[in-house]
Design a protein around this ligand. Structure first.
Ligand code: GLU
Length: 473
């Protein structure tokens, strides 16, 4: 809660946004209640012996919805996690899955921990113990509840979780599908690590394909040369900034981290900065940009696109009025509070909301889960076949025209798609179609003039349909 303005909690803020959408839909009150309520919340406390002393850890897993199974969502490790946040994030997962047609319910988990205080072996012990709690209480299995990485967790934690599940249920043929975001050699899928950032890029690219939407955000033309401020250089922020700058000509004029920000109006080389952070542990000493200590103020810097890719409640009623970006893309979950959302909309700032903008992660998790339960890598059966057909086509072309096709052309025609190509293509298609659906909802309803309400209306319509068709028992 921001002190000065007495803003609602994260969970209440999400519910208020949902209420706003439900009120324009005229949804049946009972169905609205069923959709909004959180199905189950588990809180666990468990002891682990660390350096000879017993420590007790607290964790949560909230299952917001089960209209589709499994319920899906990440697990974060953070020293500030709490149940309210976990419930808000689980609800967001429900709407997120629906908007991108991922046939899952919504769930989320958290462990109250500062991972920097523990060794690798200690983290493994704590993670395996937490996993046991989740499994025993029915909050982790390939068919009912499937975690994934989030803030403070990654491939390493997912591998430990999958391995713990496998040891308990070796007879479950689908054991490897009990979590997603695993390392590729442990049942993961190519492209999952970059997926959320890639999805943010695809969302922005699709937005820029609609010139009237671009105009509505007081911009024109393509992405090339647009300025962008990014908050958070974690997995999501790093990949989004890297792809937008390297592939689409976007100029990253500021990078905000928890302890300050870097500014360079000529653009920051994200890959170079990332390597600097790997080597020096932070952005402070990066030589090719100006470092300022009060990073939070840099959210207010003039730019075309602002991408908050860190934590929730970054743009609040305190700073919303000072924001000068034309387009805000919520790569993080809940970076704009309910009150701030209202201020920004009145200022004419366009927001591409979290439930859509960062859905790339869960989309590729869905691909990974399918790969796991079908027990075969995408492209394994048809890649060489496609290559042979391509080679045959170039041969026929050469014969028919009497001219030779260049080696470069031959390669591009005959190259069969590998798993990464297919994952990127599936993600691109998903992000494009979802945006088009959201636009249609906005266009067809005169009471909707923002993308967030359009996202919620679109996803709630799908969830409501599944409640109404199947019934409630
Ligand atoms: N933690 C990610 C999210 O918030 C990914 C969830 C998943 O892949 O299940 O969307």
């Amino acid at each position: 809660m921001t002190k000065a303005f007495n803003e609602p909690s994260f969970r209440d803020g999400v519910n208020l946004m949902v209420d706003r959408a439900m009120s324009v839909m005229g949804l049946d009150e009972g169905v609205a209640k069923a959709i909004k309520s959180c199905n189950a919340v588990l809180q666990v406390q468990f002891p682990v012996k660390i350096r000879g002393k017993i420590e007790v850890f607290t964790g949560w897993r909230a299952t917001h919805s089960t209209h589709r199974l499994p319920s899906k969502g990440g697990i974060r490790y953070a020293p500030y996690a709490d149940q309210n946040e976990v419930e808000a994030l689980a609800a967001l997962m429900t709407y997120k899955c629906a908007i991108v047609d991922v046939p899952f319910g919504g769930s989320k988990g958290a462990l109250l921990i500062d991972p920097s205080q523990y060794s690798r072996d200690e983290m493994e012990l704590i993670t395996r113990r937490f996993t046991l709690e989740l499994i025993r209480k029915g909050f982790l299995s390939p068919s009912t509840n499937v975690p994934a990485p989030d803030i403070g967790t990654g491939q390493r934690e997912m591998a430990w979780m999958a391995d713990t599940y496998k040891h308990l249920f070796p007879e479950d043929i689908n054991y490897v599908a009990c979590v997603t975001g695993k390392p590729v050699h442990h049942g993961g899928i190519q492209g999952r690590v970059e997926a959320t950032g890639r999805g943010v890029q695809f969302a922005i690219k699709e937005f820029f394909r609609h010139s009237d939407d671009v105009k509505g955000a007081h911009m024109e033309g393509t992405l090339d040369g647009k300025t962008c401020v990014i908050q958070g250089l974690g997995n999501v922020g790093y990949h989004a900034a890297k792809f937008l700058s390297e592939e689409d000509g976007v100029k990253i004029t500021a990078v905000i981290e928890y302890n300050g920000a870097l500014i360079n109006d000529d653009g920051i080389d994200i890959e170079q900065l990332h390597q600097h952070v790997e080597e020096h542990g932070g952005i402070e000493s990066y030589p090719c940009a100006k470092f300022v200590e009060n990073g939070h103020d840099v959210l207010e810097k003039k730019c075309d696109i602002l991408i908050p890719a860190a934590l929730e409640s970054q743009i609040t009623m305190e700073n919303a009025d000072q924001i000068k970006a034309k387009l805000i893309v919520e790569a993080a979950n809940g970076p704009i509070t309910f009150g701030a959302d209202d201020i920004l909309r009145k200022k004419g700032i366009v927001i591409i909301p979290d439930a859509y903008a960062n859905a790339g992660g869960v989309t590729v998790s869905y691909f990974e889960w399918i790969r796991n339960i079908s027990h075969i890598r995408f492209g394994r059966m048809q890649r060489r076949h496609d290559e042979m057909r391509g080679a045959e086509m170039t041969r026929v072309l050469e014969e028919a025209t009497g001219r030779s096709v260049s080696d470069k052309m031959k390669n591009s025609i005959s190259r069969g798609a590998d798993e990464l190509d297919l994952v990127r293509s599936g993600l691109d298609d998903t992000m494009r179609l979802a945006y088009q659906e959201i636009r249609e909802t906005r266009e067809n309803n005169e009471n909707i003039d923002d993308l967030r309400t359009a996202v919620y209306v679109t996803s709630i319509e799908k969830i409501a349909r599944s409640y109404l068709e199947v019934g409630v028992f």
